[in-house]
Design a binder for this molecule. Sequence first.
Ligand SMILES: Nc1ncnc2c1ncn2[C@@H]1O[C@H](COP(=O)(O)OP(=O)(O)O)[C@@H](O)[C@H]1O
Ligand SMILES: [Mg+2]
Length: 227
Amino acid sequence: MYELRNLTKTYTRGKDTIRALDAVDLTIPQGDRLLIQGPTGGGKSTLLQMLGALDRPTSGELLLDGTDLAKLSEARLTRLRSENIGFVFQSFNLIPTLTAQENVETALVPLGVKTKERRELAAEALESVGLGERRAHLPAEMSGGQQQRVAIARALVKRPKVLLADEPTGNLDESMRDEIMDVLERQWKEHGLTFIMVTHDSAIAKKAPRVATIRKGRLTVRENAGA
Ligand SMILES: Nc1ncnc2c1ncn2[C@@H]1O[C@H](COP(=O)(O)OP(=O)(O)O)[C@@H](O)[C@H]1O
Ligand SMILES: [Mg+2]
């Protein structure tokens, strides 16, 4: 599904050049579940941004199903993103003035889904994360765990091929962390997604079959035979 070859991303700040990703090689098969770990500033979020076509690499290849994302126009990247890629962030990123239902529907607007179908699909997605009863609630009226479940429904309502999650449990207390991990795990299994998640939680990483670690932009992958 993903094929990264010699992928480098640099940022320039004044006179300094930061190598956020440094010659990364990585293959991610379809349906895989990959965890990404590493110290703050190591390059985890930058890698997720590359995989999610939010930004382009400075050099190297980034193939998604054979298409080099580094070479696509902005318009094609935007389209590819809205069709194929679901994001979940640490900070939920819900729109505060919209209800749960409306927040989920926003993901279908760029795809040209008609109002009635949008309503049905969003209601279904909220149902599948256990929030069928909360559709009319605003984000401020929900707990952190519930808000993150809305964000998961929003990411998945369009049936993307890829789910990218950047520290999705980072703002949650322990009891909610397990709940969110269960929801993500179930969605991954049910939808045959390719699921790539950044996490600081070493308990989660211990149970994962494949873990990538990024330090100073350099990536290594460890297979976890026992998991
Ligand atoms: N937009 C940006 N402009 C400049 N530097 C950036 C930008 N985004 C990230 N960086 C730098 O790139 C490095 C990797 O950052 P990041 O990918 O956010 O790490 P992580 O998610 O592992 O904490 C850091 O040194 C960070 O300061
Ligand atoms: Mg980060």
